[in-house]
Design a binder for this molecule. Sequence first.
Ligand code: F3S
Length: 753
Amino acid sequence: MFDSDLIKKVYSKLPERVQKAKELLNRPMTYAEKILYAHLFETQELAAFERGTDYVDFAPDRVAMQDATAQMALLQFINSGKKRTAVPSTVHCDHLIQAQVEGKTDLSVAKDTNKEVFDFLESVSNKYGIGFWKPGAGIIHQVVLENYAFPGGMMIGTDSHTVNAGGLGMVAIGVGGADAVDVMAGMAWELKMPKMIGVKLTGKLSGWTSPKDIILKVAGILTVKGGTGAIIEYFGEGAKSLSATGKGTICNMGAEVGATTSIFAYDESMERYLNATGRSEVAEIANQMKDVLDADPEVYANPEKYYDQLIEINLSELAPHLNGPFTPDRATPVSEMKEVAKENGWPVEVSVGLIGSCTNSSYEDISRAASIAKQAEEKGLITKAEFTITPGSEQVRFTIERDGFIDTFEKIGGKVFANACGPCIGQWAREGADKQEKNTIVHSFNRNFSKRADGNPNTHAFVTSPEMVTALAIAGRLDFNPQTDTLTNKNGEEVKLDEPTGFELPPKGFDVEDAGFQAPAEDGSHVVVNVALDSNRLQLLSPFEAWDGKNITGAKLLIKAFGKCTTDHISMAGPWLRYRGHLDNISNNMLIGAVNAFNDETNKVKNQLTGAYEEVPKVQRQYKAAGIPTVVIGDQNYGEGSSREHAAMEPRHLGVRAVIVKSFARIHETNLKKQGMLGLTFANENDYDLIQEDDTFNFVDLVDFAPGKQLTLEVVHADGSKDTIQLNHTYNQQQIEWFKAGSALNLIKQQNA
Ligand code: F3S
């Protein structure tokens, strides 16, 4: 499945590109910097980019998409007019499978309920040369690690835990669907040159401590925002002693500290993993350029000088941790949990222990957890809590079943869910969760925000390693410390659990009957993509209309948003996720969370046509039907939050022509530009106060739209008085062409025609 030609191509250019960058920078480079500088887009000039400041155009090698975010990304890609994706891409069906009964049953229910979405993703993949991983094949990040990640590569993925691939030495970054469309359509992908955080690992893990504890410790140090805008690079003897999958776990949870991504340099553990997963060819080439696939020695000799921040952790002294509840950065050593839980009044009875997920379902993880589960039986212990296992891939599931681990888990009452996200993303139909009882669960996933796993705001979720989850599930208590405490077995004897043991890789090798991969058609031109016209969940996109070349006049105010207006306020998540592939249906959530500056209420704006106060989407649909353009006014940092492209597509679809704000969150501003909207800022922020509820807007010089030139807006108030104000913009010539064409994709299509 892995693309050997792609990897050879990347490796053939890597040394020379890194050398050129090093000469230009005239200093040693970190490992992540080498990968970034080797992946500049063809039109991006090589320069000494300032970390944390300069925006740079990159050319990632691959794209991976999960089923929830892939829908809109692929619907847009279809409109690009391309016959195949410009870079190798894959789709993974993992988020839409709900865990309830057990793997097989749940999978068949999910295939039924999501049939039209899965069929759509399958046919688009087949047509446009995209690898398709069927429902049940596994979780995107585990499948990517097993098949596609490679040292020195660069990929983007439409999921925040794409960063998992840093475990195999790749710069892998989570993005929104719009970014995936750009890269698949052959456009550049822009990123602010990240800062570099170095984490030096000394010593060696032992006993109950696992790679998970390293990231739980780092999360405690950096907190959920501490990694923002930075790449975390791990190095040192301690780093070399970890397995590649352990490294993956650490990188995976880099998302929990807000890091752009995390990475380890190429080493022998990666070589072993590449060999074990059928990619010796990759390891062989990587072995020939070990110096390129690592930071320069001067960086390690003087890390304070070359990293913007440095953290040191001695693995020999590191203790196992439990992070939570409600936030992944609240780190408590297991040995202190007794007191901390008591102080905070957290329920100490563990109701469920859950292992697996994209974060922790490697063979090593499972074998170590199984070594604990096995002891329960041998020592006559009865497992107190419920226990579930979510394998990360069919390859892992098949291998651990062959090697008897599933049997071991089942003996302690373990239930194996489908190879999918399940409880990790809230796709868990947990019995009784609706009663909202206060309770504690422990899991080996990455996120533990309120309601994340089961929808119950009173579930206290703690994150830890799979082996610790297993021990706490057996004990049934959060304050159990397996390092010191004993448990009473069914004969009334006090017994102690021995330290976990496991295998880095399966001694008999990995095995699988059907991994669940479907290669695309060689020539997909004959493949028909079917979307039912009456579908609620999917809708083919019609290209947005091109600009008519005239000034926009007579535009009405739709809403003047006050205060924080994030992409969640503009396009809510929750139940709306169901409509991610249906632009018209999801547009019914447009701006329903934004606060109207004139009445401090949400989803209640004045309809200038009738004078009535109604829901935002409803009012906008009436303007659209009447052929009246509209304008949205916003406050500071408008559109912060996720890179969700729906927040830009919905207003565009419903006929909003311009969004004028005090300031933009940059990604949202770019998304507006890509969708052919006007994203503008007040030249004088105080002009925000001039905007009245019944205003009409005339753009008087849009016909002269040019880079660096302000636009003039005439604001006509209800009493006939007028204000003329200046608006700034950041459109370059290319982006103005997007506006003229109606969207960036329209322009690509014209260029491809
Ligand atoms: Fe994400 Fe967990 Fe799935 S973090 S990819 S939801 S297993």
